[in-house]
Ligand binder design. Structure first.
Ligand SMILES: *Cc1c(COP(=O)(O)O)cnc(C)c1O
Length: 385
């Protein structure tokens, strides 16, 4: 038989493990140890869990590197930690960062408030105005940062186009790929230099861990690791073990999220009380063509606008019985949130409307329940709206 490389589900389950020894545990042990016995007189780095070289930390990192097609990867204490450290690995005081305007609220505050304190300048680009990427470049621009798909409009950005620009300028392209996971999209295959994840979301997948990850070339990941050691951002071994377990089902989970996402988005689009549905798998989505070309699935994230605005949203949320009102995403249970109170709370109603997120907007993170039950619950909510 011709040799083929393992598929992504196989990689997620086995990593580089080829054969197991007799009596070796099938599920790996948790090395709940801060420190490890050192050989006498050796120059090698000691094993210490804050250094990120605990076996549980190394196993889960190797798993993600393979899934992203990266030379190396590292897990840290949160998605915000991953974002901060990835940028600190490529930026110095006096450098300029060009960021997409369509980013996570915490990341925006990190750029605006914290990076300013370190003398790192940040400009924001509306990705709909493609020319701005070039016109806002400066001599000291060292990196470009984007999220794709975005929250909560699920816009899909053209990473290949940005990679050509970044390459020509000799600067780094960093992509937060939290909404896609390596099952649906692998930014490095499209020319990105660094991939960032909030592993709190789909990668772990069970709403029970806070973690983040960075993947890319070995020198960049090593820079992240140095920063992680000194800024104290290491992941706890038990959390690493839980993420490794979560990754084993990432393939089947994403298949189901993708199927349910398309089924529910298609159903929602036919409902009279829904003005608009934002899902890249729908032909009505502005990026449907690009999404269909570059994504292997459209995920379980759906945005919807209710005809009745804020009051209808309130009535709808109170009528739901199965779907839980909570922030965050990517878990087995379906969650719903209102961006006006979460990610976009800092904007005025007019600014939100201008950004395409009018009051009455709901964001769904569809879980792994039976899609019929989710649709029944949404029908109940819409009836009350
Ligand atoms: C949640 C999220 C983050 C932050 O991750 P934490 O694990 O909560 O620190 C960053 N980026 C995106 C796209 C997210 O959804």
């Amino acid at each position: 038989m011709p040799h083929r490389t393992s598929g992504r589900s196989t990689l997620a389950i086995h990593g580089d493990q080829t054969a197991r020894a007799v009596r070796e545990p099938v599920s790996p042990p948790i090395y709940q140890s801060s420190t490890f016995v050192s050989p006498f007189g050796a120059q090698d780095e000691v094993l210490y869990t804050r250094y990120g070289n605990n076996p549980n930390q190394l196993r889960v990192a190797e798993r993600l590197a393979r899934l992203e097609g990266a030379e190396a990867a590292i897990f840290v204490a949160s998605g915000m930690g991953a974002t901060a450290l990835a940028h600190l690995a490529v930026l110095n005081p006096g450098d300029h960062l060009l960021s997409s305007d369509w980013i996570y609220g915490g990341t925006r505050r990190l750029f605006r408030e914290e990076f300013a304190r370190f003398g790192i300048e940040v400009s924001f680009v509306n990705p709909d105005r493609r020319r701005e990427w070039r016109s806002k470049l400066r001599k000291n621009t060292r990196a470009i940062f984007v999220e794709t798909p975005t929250n909560p409009l699920m816009r899909v950005l053209d990473v290949e186009w940005l990679a050509v620009l970044a390459e020509a300028e000799g600067i780094a392209l960093l992509v937060d790929s939290t909404f896609a996971t390596p099952m649906n999209y692998r930014p490095l295959e499209h020319g990105a230099d660094v991939v960032i994840h909030s592993a709190t979301k789909y990668l772990n997948g069970h709403s029970d861990v806070i973690a983040g990850a960075v993947a890319g070339a070995a020198p960049v990941v090593e820079e992240v690791r140095e920063r992680m050691k000194l800024w104290g951002q290491a992941l706890d071994p038990h959390a690493a073990w839980l993420i490794e377990r979560g990754l084993k089902t990432l393939g089947v989970r994403m298949d189901r999220h993708n199927q349910t996402g398309l089924a529910v988005a298609t159903w929602l689009e036919r409902q009279a009380k829904v003005r608009r549905v934002h899902y890249p798998g729908l032909a009505s989505h502005p990026d449907h063509g690009l999404a269909a070309a570059v994504l292997d699935g459209f995920s379980g994230m759906v945005g919807l606008e209710l005809v009745g605005g804020a009051r209808a949203a309130g009535r709808c949320l109170r009528a739901l019985r199965l779907i839980t009102h909570a922030p965050s995403l990517g878990g087995v249970e379906t969650l719903v949130s209102e961006p006006r109170f979460t990610s976009h709370a800092a904007l005025t109603p007019d600014e939100r409307t201008a950004a395409g997120i009018p009051d009455g907007f709901l964001r769904l993170s569809l879980g792994l329940e039976d899609p019929e039950d989710l649709i029944q619950d949404l029908a109940r909510g819409l009836a009350a709206a």
